[in-house]
Design a protein. Structure first.
Length: 255
Protein backbone atom coordinates (compact mmCIF):
# COMPACT_ATOMS: atom_id res chain seq x y z
CA UNK A 1 0.00 0.00 0.00
CA UNK A 2 1.84 3.00 -1.22
CA UNK A 3 1.58 6.32 -2.92
CA UNK A 4 3.50 8.41 -5.35
CA UNK A 5 4.94 11.57 -3.83
CA UNK A 6 2.19 14.10 -3.44
CA UNK A 7 2.05 17.62 -4.80
CA UNK A 8 2.81 20.53 -2.51
CA UNK A 9 -0.01 20.87 0.02
CA UNK A 10 -1.14 17.29 -0.53
CA UNK A 11 1.44 15.42 1.52
CA UNK A 12 -1.00 14.25 4.18
CA UNK A 13 -3.13 11.99 1.99
CA UNK A 14 -1.77 9.50 -0.54
CA UNK A 15 -3.11 9.33 -4.07
CA UNK A 16 -3.23 5.53 -4.39
CA UNK A 17 -7.00 5.03 -4.14
CA UNK A 18 -6.93 1.25 -4.58
CA UNK A 19 -5.04 0.92 -1.32
CA UNK A 20 -8.21 1.68 0.64
CA UNK A 21 -9.83 -1.46 -0.76
CA UNK A 22 -6.67 -3.38 0.10
CA UNK A 23 -7.30 -2.36 3.70
CA UNK A 24 -11.07 -2.69 3.78
CA UNK A 25 -11.49 -6.13 2.18
CA UNK A 26 -9.23 -8.16 4.50
CA UNK A 27 -10.47 -6.23 7.52
CA UNK A 28 -14.12 -6.96 6.69
CA UNK A 29 -13.39 -10.59 5.86
CA UNK A 30 -11.80 -10.86 9.31
CA UNK A 31 -14.87 -9.28 10.90
CA UNK A 32 -17.04 -11.80 9.05
CA UNK A 33 -14.95 -14.63 10.51
CA UNK A 34 -15.74 -13.44 14.03
CA UNK A 35 -18.27 -11.08 15.61
CA UNK A 36 -18.46 -7.31 15.23
CA UNK A 37 -16.98 -5.48 18.22
CA UNK A 38 -16.29 -1.89 19.22
CA UNK A 39 -12.62 -2.88 19.29
CA UNK A 40 -12.83 -3.15 15.52
CA UNK A 41 -13.05 0.64 15.39
CA UNK A 42 -9.63 0.97 17.02
CA UNK A 43 -8.19 -1.79 14.84
CA UNK A 44 -9.53 -0.05 11.72
CA UNK A 45 -8.09 3.33 12.68
CA UNK A 46 -4.76 1.69 13.53
CA UNK A 47 -4.71 0.02 10.13
CA UNK A 48 -5.46 3.31 8.39
CA UNK A 49 -2.76 5.09 10.37
CA UNK A 50 -0.34 2.30 9.53
CA UNK A 51 -1.12 2.67 5.84
CA UNK A 52 -0.71 6.44 5.97
CA UNK A 53 2.60 6.08 7.80
CA UNK A 54 3.86 3.49 5.29
CA UNK A 55 2.72 5.53 2.29
CA UNK A 56 4.32 8.71 3.64
CA UNK A 57 7.61 6.99 4.41
CA UNK A 58 7.68 5.62 0.86
CA UNK A 59 6.79 9.02 -0.59
CA UNK A 60 9.56 10.58 1.51
CA UNK A 61 12.01 7.97 0.23
CA UNK A 62 11.00 8.60 -3.39
CA UNK A 63 10.73 12.39 -3.22
CA UNK A 64 13.52 14.71 -4.31
CA UNK A 65 12.12 17.48 -2.06
CA UNK A 66 11.57 15.71 1.24
CA UNK A 67 11.05 18.54 3.74
CA UNK A 68 7.25 18.89 3.25
CA UNK A 69 6.81 15.19 4.07
CA UNK A 70 8.71 15.18 7.35
CA UNK A 71 5.86 16.49 9.55
CA UNK A 72 3.12 14.13 8.28
CA UNK A 73 5.55 11.22 8.46
CA UNK A 74 6.37 11.94 12.10
CA UNK A 75 2.72 12.50 13.05
CA UNK A 76 1.59 9.23 11.47
CA UNK A 77 4.43 7.22 13.01
CA UNK A 78 3.74 8.57 16.50
CA UNK A 79 -0.01 8.01 16.14
CA UNK A 80 0.64 4.46 14.92
CA UNK A 81 2.86 3.74 17.93
CA UNK A 82 0.20 4.99 20.35
CA UNK A 83 -2.73 3.19 18.71
CA UNK A 84 -0.70 0.02 18.28
CA UNK A 85 0.30 0.01 21.94
CA UNK A 86 -3.32 0.39 23.09
CA UNK A 87 -4.74 -2.42 20.97
CA UNK A 88 -1.75 -4.68 21.72
CA UNK A 89 -2.35 -4.16 25.44
CA UNK A 90 -5.99 -5.22 24.98
CA UNK A 91 -5.12 -8.17 22.71
CA UNK A 92 -1.52 -9.28 23.44
CA UNK A 93 -1.66 -12.01 20.80
CA UNK A 94 -1.71 -9.29 18.13
CA UNK A 95 1.95 -8.63 18.89
CA UNK A 96 2.69 -11.77 16.84
CA UNK A 97 1.72 -9.78 13.72
CA UNK A 98 5.00 -7.88 14.09
CA UNK A 99 6.73 -11.02 12.78
CA UNK A 100 5.08 -10.31 9.41
CA UNK A 101 4.72 -6.53 9.49
CA UNK A 102 8.25 -5.57 10.55
CA UNK A 103 10.24 -7.32 7.78
CA UNK A 104 7.73 -6.53 5.03
CA UNK A 105 7.57 -2.86 6.06
CA UNK A 106 11.37 -2.70 6.01
CA UNK A 107 11.52 -4.29 2.56
CA UNK A 108 8.87 -1.94 1.17
CA UNK A 109 10.62 1.12 2.62
CA UNK A 110 14.06 0.06 1.37
CA UNK A 111 12.72 -0.67 -2.12
CA UNK A 112 11.21 2.83 -2.37
CA UNK A 113 13.85 4.91 -4.13
CA UNK A 114 13.86 8.42 -5.51
CA UNK A 115 12.28 8.69 -8.94
CA UNK A 116 10.98 5.09 -8.95
CA UNK A 117 7.51 3.54 -9.00
CA UNK A 118 6.26 0.36 -7.38
CA UNK A 119 7.27 -2.93 -8.95
CA UNK A 120 5.23 -6.12 -8.75
CA UNK A 121 7.20 -7.55 -5.82
CA UNK A 122 6.61 -4.36 -3.84
CA UNK A 123 2.86 -4.56 -4.47
CA UNK A 124 2.69 -8.20 -3.46
CA UNK A 125 4.66 -7.48 -0.29
CA UNK A 126 2.07 -4.87 0.65
CA UNK A 127 -0.67 -7.44 0.11
CA UNK A 128 1.08 -9.62 2.68
CA UNK A 129 0.97 -6.70 5.10
CA UNK A 130 -2.75 -6.17 4.49
CA UNK A 131 -3.51 -9.86 5.05
CA UNK A 132 -2.51 -9.51 8.70
CA UNK A 133 -5.82 -7.69 9.14
CA UNK A 134 -7.81 -10.89 8.57
CA UNK A 135 -6.68 -12.86 11.64
CA UNK A 136 -6.35 -9.62 13.61
CA UNK A 137 -9.98 -8.61 12.95
CA UNK A 138 -11.17 -12.16 13.59
CA UNK A 139 -9.29 -12.29 16.90
CA UNK A 140 -10.62 -8.92 18.01
CA UNK A 141 -14.09 -10.21 17.12
CA UNK A 142 -13.73 -13.19 19.42
CA UNK A 143 -12.85 -15.88 16.85
CA UNK A 144 -10.96 -18.77 18.41
CA UNK A 145 -10.89 -21.36 15.62
CA UNK A 146 -7.49 -21.25 13.86
CA UNK A 147 -8.92 -23.22 10.94
CA UNK A 148 -11.67 -20.67 10.34
CA UNK A 149 -9.18 -17.81 10.52
CA UNK A 150 -6.84 -19.64 8.18
CA UNK A 151 -9.56 -20.17 5.59
CA UNK A 152 -10.61 -16.51 5.82
CA UNK A 153 -7.00 -15.41 5.36
CA UNK A 154 -6.57 -17.72 2.37
CA UNK A 155 -9.70 -16.30 0.74
CA UNK A 156 -8.45 -12.75 1.22
CA UNK A 157 -5.00 -13.72 -0.09
CA UNK A 158 -6.33 -15.23 -3.31
CA UNK A 159 -8.54 -12.20 -3.92
CA UNK A 160 -5.92 -9.54 -3.16
CA UNK A 161 -3.07 -11.21 -5.04
CA UNK A 162 -5.47 -11.70 -7.94
CA UNK A 163 -6.49 -8.06 -7.87
CA UNK A 164 -2.86 -6.94 -8.09
CA UNK A 165 -2.40 -9.16 -11.15
CA UNK A 166 -5.62 -7.99 -12.85
CA UNK A 167 -4.98 -4.29 -12.34
CA UNK A 168 -1.39 -4.62 -13.46
CA UNK A 169 -2.44 -6.58 -16.54
CA UNK A 170 -4.53 -3.65 -17.81
CA UNK A 171 -2.34 -0.75 -16.68
CA UNK A 172 1.43 -1.17 -16.39
CA UNK A 173 1.47 -4.50 -18.24
CA UNK A 174 -1.19 -3.57 -20.80
CA UNK A 175 -0.57 -5.43 -24.03
CA UNK A 176 1.61 -8.03 -22.31
CA UNK A 177 -0.31 -11.19 -23.20
CA UNK A 178 1.90 -13.46 -21.14
CA UNK A 179 1.14 -11.46 -18.03
CA UNK A 180 -2.59 -11.47 -18.79
CA UNK A 181 -2.49 -15.25 -19.27
CA UNK A 182 -0.74 -15.69 -15.93
CA UNK A 183 -3.35 -13.51 -14.24
CA UNK A 184 -6.17 -15.54 -15.80
CA UNK A 185 -4.50 -18.83 -14.88
CA UNK A 186 -4.12 -17.69 -11.27
CA UNK A 187 -7.84 -16.90 -11.13
CA UNK A 188 -8.74 -20.20 -12.78
CA UNK A 189 -6.86 -22.10 -10.08
CA UNK A 190 -8.52 -19.97 -7.40
CA UNK A 191 -11.98 -20.61 -8.86
CA UNK A 192 -11.31 -24.36 -8.99
CA UNK A 193 -10.19 -24.42 -5.37
CA UNK A 194 -13.28 -22.45 -4.34
CA UNK A 195 -15.54 -24.90 -6.16
CA UNK A 196 -13.85 -27.87 -4.49
CA UNK A 197 -13.48 -26.59 -0.93
CA UNK A 198 -15.92 -23.76 -0.20
CA UNK A 199 -19.72 -23.26 -0.14
CA UNK A 200 -21.46 -22.71 -3.50
CA UNK A 201 -21.53 -18.87 -3.35
CA UNK A 202 -17.73 -18.86 -3.36
CA UNK A 203 -17.64 -21.04 -6.46
CA UNK A 204 -19.94 -18.62 -8.28
CA UNK A 205 -17.86 -15.67 -7.11
CA UNK A 206 -14.64 -17.40 -8.17
CA UNK A 207 -16.06 -17.93 -11.63
CA UNK A 208 -17.06 -14.27 -11.88
CA UNK A 209 -13.65 -13.05 -10.74
CA UNK A 210 -11.99 -15.37 -13.24
CA UNK A 211 -14.12 -14.05 -16.09
CA UNK A 212 -13.24 -10.49 -15.13
CA UNK A 213 -9.51 -11.38 -15.13
CA UNK A 214 -9.88 -12.81 -18.64
CA UNK A 215 -12.22 -10.22 -20.17
CA UNK A 216 -10.86 -6.98 -18.75
CA UNK A 217 -7.52 -7.06 -20.64
CA UNK A 218 -9.42 -7.98 -23.83
CA UNK A 219 -11.83 -5.06 -23.42
CA UNK A 220 -8.99 -2.66 -22.59
CA UNK A 221 -7.00 -3.69 -25.70
CA UNK A 222 -10.01 -3.42 -28.02
CA UNK A 223 -11.02 -0.01 -26.72
CA UNK A 224 -7.43 1.22 -26.99
CA UNK A 225 -7.27 0.13 -30.63
CA UNK A 226 -10.60 1.85 -31.27
CA UNK A 227 -9.29 5.11 -29.82
CA UNK A 228 -11.57 4.89 -26.78
CA UNK A 229 -9.21 3.69 -24.02
CA UNK A 230 -10.50 2.81 -20.58
CA UNK A 231 -9.16 5.14 -17.92
CA UNK A 232 -7.77 3.88 -14.59
CA UNK A 233 -10.93 5.12 -12.89
CA UNK A 234 -12.98 2.68 -14.99
CA UNK A 235 -10.72 -0.19 -13.95
CA UNK A 236 -11.11 0.99 -10.38
CA UNK A 237 -14.89 0.82 -10.68
CA UNK A 238 -14.69 -2.80 -11.84
CA UNK A 239 -12.46 -3.65 -8.89
CA UNK A 240 -14.78 -1.82 -6.48
CA UNK A 241 -17.67 -4.04 -7.61
CA UNK A 242 -15.46 -7.12 -7.18
CA UNK A 243 -14.44 -6.02 -3.68
CA UNK A 244 -18.05 -5.48 -2.61
CA UNK A 245 -18.99 -8.91 -3.97
CA UNK A 246 -16.20 -10.59 -1.99
CA UNK A 247 -17.22 -8.88 1.25
CA UNK A 248 -20.92 -9.67 0.76
CA UNK A 249 -20.21 -13.35 0.15
CA UNK A 250 -17.87 -13.39 3.18
CA UNK A 251 -20.69 -12.24 5.46
CA UNK A 252 -23.24 -14.58 3.86
CA UNK A 253 -21.21 -17.76 3.49
CA UNK A 254 -18.02 -17.69 5.58
CA UNK A 255 -16.94 -21.34 5.97
Amino acid sequence: MTSQPGRTGHQWLPHQHGAWAMLAVPFLIGVAAGTASLWHVLLATTAVTGYLASATVQAWRRARKRDPLVLPMRVYLVALAVQGAVIAAAFPLLVVSVVVLAPTALIVAVEAKAGTRRDLANSLMQVVQALVLVPAAALVGGATDPGRMGVATAIAAVYLFGTVLVVRSVLRERGNRRFAVRSTAFHAVGAALAALTLPAPWAVLGLGLGLRAWLLPVVVDRRARAGRPLRPVHVGMVEAVASVAVVVVAFLAMP
